[in-house]
Design a protein around this ligand. Sequence first.
Ligand code: SF4
Ligand code: FES
Length: 261
Amino acid sequence: MKITLYIWRQSGPNDEGKFVRYDVEKVSPHWSFLELLDVLNNQLIEKGEEPVAFEHDCREGICGSCGFMINGVAHGRQYAPEGRTTVCQLHMFRFKDGDELYLEPFRAKAFPVLKDLMVDRSAFDKIIEAGGYITVHAGNAPDGNTILIQKDIANEAMNAAECIGCGACVASCKNASAMLFVSAKISHLGLLPQGQPERKRRAQRMIAKMDELGFGNCTNQYECEAVCPKGIRKDFIGRMNRDFLFSVNTETESKDFVGAI
Ligand code: SF4
Ligand code: FES
């Protein structure tokens, strides 16, 4: 089949950027979307043109590197209505001959465009550095199951831990809010016993960093939940807000962050 792509081409962060049309012929329904771009890039290189820059790593839907908008929706989620998907897991059998697709990078103040479809998502790393960790005494590895965790709590922690940090939630929110991502990280650690010692500080520091980096607030429209390739639920935002409010009322560090409420 033939697919027409209108791809956002931007040579660097300071370039204005524009859509450029590319027609790709003989597209196999078995290709993944990234393989479609690989084929296009081979053709561009053969013609002596600049290939399209896009991010990828695992190509298995687990690393969170890939991600851009396809016809206005992060990861092209609308083409996999019965399941969650990342761009690397979206296959061409979802499309039909003659489809015209607009590809553009995630757009958010905190995710500046580096080149073409690639954005700088290091703001997420800075939020994790602010508090998304636990501190443990180093030493021999403890035996498995030394700390018993109730099954339903372990399951819920794993539900939150599924977040792959792709940034689709930010790109889909009119406020460019990172609250679904941050709430997944805070909930994952906060549900487990190992995450308790730093739980209050974690909520304050990660939320303060999120605000500092220019992410917006949640206004309860849940576009983030609708596109999330890992099914992170909006309930985690409520859990994060409860952790934050509880912590600012009970932790001394709160005086520095109380303005963030
Ligand atoms: S919450 Fe979902 S959409 Fe947001 S970064 Fe995590 S996996 Fe991606
Ligand atoms: S390349 Fe890793 S999730 Fe898509």
